[in-house]
Structure formats: C-alpha cells, structure tokens
Design a binder for this molecule. Structure first.
Ligand code: FES
Ligand code: FES
Length: 160
C-alpha cells in the first residue's frame, strides 16, 4: 500500500492505496465520492472526467498514487454547501441536459473547465471540447444547449 496525500474539493485527504488503483476508484472507494462515474474504463467515454490541478483528466487512466500533492475537483464540489446548484448545474436541469444522468458528472466537470478559460467559449470551441465525452442516451443537443446557456449567464459566451 502507498500513502497518497491530496486535496479534493478543498478538503485534505490522506489514503493508503494499492499502486494499481485508479484515481476514479480511489475517489469512489476511499473518499466516498461516487459522483465520478465509470463507463468504459478505457479512456473513451469521459464519464470519469475530474479536474486535476485545473485540467480535465480521465480518472480511469490516472493512478491514484499520481494524485500525490494534487488538487482534485469532482462533481460533488460544484453545488454550494447548502445544496444550491451552481449556474452550470442549473442550466443542465433547465435545458433538459439530463437523461439517465450517467454521463452528466463527466460533462459537468469538462464544461466547468471550459467555462473557466479566460478566452471564453464560442460555438466551435463548445462543440470541439464536448465531443470528447460520450452520452449513451444521445442527448447531445440538450447538453450543448445547457453549456451554451451557462456560458451566456456567466458572461463568457462569444458569438462565433
Ligand atoms: S470511464 Fe474513464 S473514459 Fe470512460
Ligand atoms: S444522460 Fe444517459 S448516458 Fe448521458
């Protein structure tokens, strides 16, 4: 077992894991953060996307021990402490971007990263980035609409 010290959603964590354990499984099994979903476990679907030191990563392709000293953000960190949804989460709800919801955490974290980029987002960039994640319910139009509306409400939307 190897001890790993890192931060998740602003909270310091210290867990002992097998070196072969993925970051996704470490978050789910050792931290109880089951909002990070596993679909393909091969880096294809993006359901497991979390932010690691500010960048989106496929948590199924990262070993937990690689998170040593890292700052991790997961879907559990998006809402306020009292459960109030943030702008992006609310847009997913309002624009019907949720179907079964399995892919949603990965899309939310990918979109969180996109919306935090200082250059803003236009339609081409929106489609380019979101194309990396798969939705088995094929609700892509509503997911695109949700992120577009959130970008507009956050003042980072650029007409392309
Ligand atoms: S579960 Fe990680 S990319 Fe599909
Ligand atoms: S909402 Fe069901 S997989 Fe995307």
């Amino acid at each position: 077992m190897t001890e790993v010290r890192f931060t998740v959603n602003g909270t310091a964590q210290c867990v002992a894991v097998e070196p072969r354990l993925t970051l996704a499984d470490m978050l789910r099994e050792e931290c109880g953060l089951t909002g990070t979903h596993l679909g393909c476990e091969h880096g294809v679907c993006g359901a497991c996307t979390v932010l690691m030191d500010g960048l989106p990563v496929r948590a199924c392709l990262v070993f937990g021990v690689q998170a040593e000293g890292a700052d991790i953000r997961t879907v559990e960190g998006l809402a306020a402490a009292d459960g109030t949804l943030n702008v992006l989460q609310h847009a997913f709800q309002a624009q019907h971007g949720l179907q079964c919801g399995f892919c949603t955490p990965g899309f939310l974290m990918l979109a969180t990263w996109l919306l935090e980029q200082k250059e803003g987002v236009d339609e081409a960039r929106l489609r380019e980035v979101l194309a990396s994640n798969l939705c088995r319910c094929t609700g892509y139009q509503n997911i695109l609409a949700a992120v577009r509306v959130a970008a507009q409400e956050m003042g980072v939307w650029r007409e392309g």
